[in-house]
Design a protein around this ligand. Structure first.
Ligand code: XMP
Length: 508
């Protein structure tokens, strides 16, 4: 099978390169820039892509790939820093550009197999401070912009290519075509990889690794852990033990759905721990958001630990780590806005030999595709992002049973109305917040003094930034009426019209 190796120089778009290649039915893997030549040879790539990155090649600490990568007789495509790396390696000159280029730029292309079928003038996406001032010997200019004389270069004989722009980014009009030209026109790869191959290969690898060993998985109800568990279940069946901790802050019917899908329909060995009282009592009197998050995170670990002890020694622990988690945990700096809670903190409390992370190389939408192909229902696979501490951080102030019940019912109505309006796929996340404000209203000639609920709906690509969703006013009106009519103790609905930043998506 033809395989592409992507060398990671720390570029922010690297997972987009991987997706773009996999979408074209070519298998690829990402290796760090310092991977050894032996490891690279072992992978036996049919083509290599050198990614972008934040460095300047002429600085001392610039990352450099292992010697020998250009002697493998494999076509190479360098993107941004990757191209500058190639230029520097073959004795060209890379310098700070007199004018930096960020965003959309007009690209003029020369005759090159990279640009087959692409208009001579088109729009590309640039993001660079350095540029190639002098081409290396035996290379020629394949494209340029008004301010970047080498926007693409090539050495056709050695099959080494470079682009200064980012073909993997959506805003690059013909980016996908550039990558497909590289894969098929230049490298002559055969597109015979499918997501079902990923499933079969991964299941085979897990089978070989786990043998008859016991495997433990913390199911959170989220997409990633569910799909990871379903893959491992296919490989080891009853040897997989899943533990689901119900902290009591799940949405309406969610726990029942998880038990139905995994235990009843699929026959998983699923331990569902009802820890509602334990969590609610721990949160008594707590109003500070960070304290809530910390208490829930700790209590979750403790509950899991108790269950794991009952099971005894396990050989493997499954984690639903996906590619963006890998990137985030490697490169996260800065201040804590919120302490995120998920099941990532488990290894230290479980006695096991090895971690299995079957989704480590996949992006969210690819995880969803795998989940669908494994037959998981949309209720699991298309689930919105949901915070680890659940509804507790959507209740401002103290969490009480009453507030939880009101929120659960109102959230259910909101989601139902959004689905009925056909908007569910257009909005990244939509939910209700219990605001902790009581206000005066009038219902059937009576004065009411009831809760104010806030609707939160945002559009986003990755949750890092978000905009409030422009839900049509008549839909908002329907939602407001439906909630007030169906849910007791609510007499006022407001709509949150702040983006992130300055707000965050969740209120706490
Ligand atoms: P914020 O509120 O920080 O949320 O804008 C960004 C995205 O992260 C989700 N979120 C969490 N996810 N554990 C998670 O796994 C958490 O503790 C957590 N808190 C927030 C949030 O729903 C949004 O999608």
């Amino acid at each position: 099978m033809d395989k592409v190796l992507i060398i990671d120089f720390g570029g922010q778009y690297i997972q987009l390169i991987a997706r773009c290649i996999r979408e074209q039915n070519i298998y690829c893997e990402i290796y760090p820039w310092n991977a050894s030549i032996d490891k690279i040879k072992q992978f036996s790539p049919s083509a290599i892509v050198l990614s972008g990155g934040p460095h300047s090649i002429y600085k001392e600490d610039a990352p450099k790939v292992t010697e020998g990568i250009f002697s493998l007789n494999v076509p190479v495509l360098g993107i941004c820093y990757g191209m500058q790396y190639i230029a520097n390696h073959f004795n060209g000159v890379v310098k700070t550009a007199p004018s930096r280029e960020y965003g959309k730029q007009t690209l003029f292309v020369n005759n090159s197999p990279l640009f087959n079928g692409i208009p001579a003038q088109n729009i590309c996406w640039m993001s660079h401070t350095d540029y190639i001032e002098v081409l290396p010997k035996n290379f020629e200019v394949a494209a340029y912009t008004d301010t970047c004389p080498v926007a693409a270069m090539q050495n056709e004989e050695q099959k080494i290519y470079g682009v200064q722009f980012h073909p993997e980014v959506n805003h690059c009009d013909y980016g996908k075509k550039v990558i497909s030209n590289f894969l098929f026109n230049i490298c002559k790869l055969i597109p015979d990889w499918k997501m079902s191959d990923f499933i079969n290969d991964t299941v085979a690898k897990i089978k070989a690794k786990c043998g008859n060993g016991k495997v433990l998985c913390a199911l959170s109800g989220g997409v990633d852990s569910a799909v990871a568990a379903a893959l491992v279940f296919r490989a080891v069946g009853d040897n997989l033990i899943c533990v689901y901790v119900d902290h009591g802050f799940m949405r309406k019917n969610e726990t029942a759905e998880i038990i139905r899908v995994f235990r009843e329909e699929r026959g998983f060995n699923l331990i569902a721990v009802d820890a509602k009282e334990r969590f609610v009592s721990k949160l008594k009197g707590i109003t500070d958001p960070e304290q809530k998050r910390k208490i829930i995170g700790e209590e979750f670990i403790r509950t899991f630990e108790e269950e794991a002890k009952k099971i005894g020694k396990v050989d493997f622990l499954v984690q639903g780590t996906i590619y963006p988690d890998v990137v985030e945990s490697g490169g996260k700096t800065g201040v804590t806005i919120k302490t995120h809670h998920n099941v990532g903190g488990l290894p230290s409390v479980v006695d096991f030999k090895e971690i299995i992370e079957p989704l480590r190389d996949l992006l969210k939408d690819e995880v969803r595709t795998v989940g669908k192909q494994l037959g998981l229902p949309d209720s699991i696979v298309m689930r919105q992002p949901f915070p680890g501490p659940g509804l507790s951080i959507r209740i401002i102030g103290e969490v009480t049973e009453e507030k939880l019940n009101i929120l659960r019912d109102a959230d259910f109505v909101f989601r139902d109305e959004i689905e009925k309006a056909g908007l569910s796929e257009k909005i990244w996340q939509y939910f209700v917040v219990m605001t902790n404000s009581l206000s005066v209203g009038v219902m059937g000639d009576y004065r009411t003094y009831n809760y104010t609920l806030a609707l939160r709906a945002v559009t986003s690509v990755d949750g890092m930034t978000a905009d409030w969703a422009r839900i049509p006013l008549d839909v908002l009106e329907k939602i407001s009426n439906a909630i007030v009519n169906k849910v007791d103790r609510v007499n006022r609905i407001v709509y949150d019209i702040t983006s992130k930043p300055p707000a965050t998506i969740e209120w706490e």
